[in-house]
Write a protein that binds this ligand. Sequence first.
Ligand code: COA
Length: 321
Amino acid sequence: MKILGTGSALPKKVVSNDDLAQVMDTSDEWIRTRTGIERRHIAVEETTTSLAVEACKKALEQSKVSIDELDLIVAATVSSDYIYPTLSCEIQAAIGAKNATAFDISAGCSGFLFALATADAYLRTGRYKNALILGAETLSKMMDWSDRSTCVLFGDGAGAAVVSAEGNQLLGMVQGSDGARGTVLKCKNRPVHNLYKQEAGQSLAYSYTEMDGSAVYKFAVRTVPNAIANVLEQAKVPVADVKYFLLHQANLRIIEAVAKRMNQPLEKFPTILEECGNISAASVPSLLDQIHREGKLSKGDKIVMAGFGAGLTWGACVLEW
Ligand code: COA
């Protein structure tokens, strides 16, 4: 497979750390020093679908793949506007990709890596030729805004890529899951609400994101360096040959710890989390789009992309641009 185009989108409303400090007991100093996040974009007028469509249109325009040639859409999200129809079907309708098969996958913040792996597997079989893959989230609607230890970390956004079966850009891919540790980062779906189960005092209120930040931190700093080492070994690429490591943008301290464990300079780890916080499945494709549009990728460059998050799940790949 080969990436032919990338795109990303953020909501218009920018919320700085100081803005949050106006409405909850927090401070710019606490958020910056613990996470590196300076601001995030929060959807007010936008939806997960509208952000996704904006990112997808940019990726498609750059790719030069026509809408009719698109035969697969894989959207990674945990915050689609509807439970059904899926986000991918909403995108299909919005862009008029009538020849595409469209479905969503849910793998938390690893979602884009899982979408890439899924599309690659389909493209290798020859069943499809041109895929649109993306991560899009409006996590702001899933936050408990009275839980300052979690809500300050997340934001809304979308990132997309158009990938074609022609080319051999993907040199290696690893994925993993550990459902037994999933409770450290969770958000319940709707409560059971049927004719046969109604308990006194049963609440039908929705749940919001709950996180054991310290457990997630430890998971990330142990798992990501291992996943990257494994994928580099699989691809037979020495770590020193990698130009950029595009990590899921959760927390600058996690990125610094991974760089240190891998004995690699921090300059190889570009970031966007200062601007948008943790945008879950949208973070890796948005970062890819940023460095791509800044002209930082040349033919032959080797880059690693790595995601980790709810599930727990993780994924890492090596690409040769
Ligand atoms: N503003 C001010 N104070 C806050 C705060 C906020 N937004 N959130 C929590 N605090 C307070 C707590 O109440 C606690 O106070 P106490 O010590 O008086 O009880 C204290 O800060 C906790 O601070 P500390 O233990 O230093 O936090 P930390 O260094 O463990 O950092 C996280 C917390 C959440 C930033 C960190 O654990 C983390 O980044 N985890 C990974 C989370 C993540 O990336 N999740 C998504 C992965 S996909």
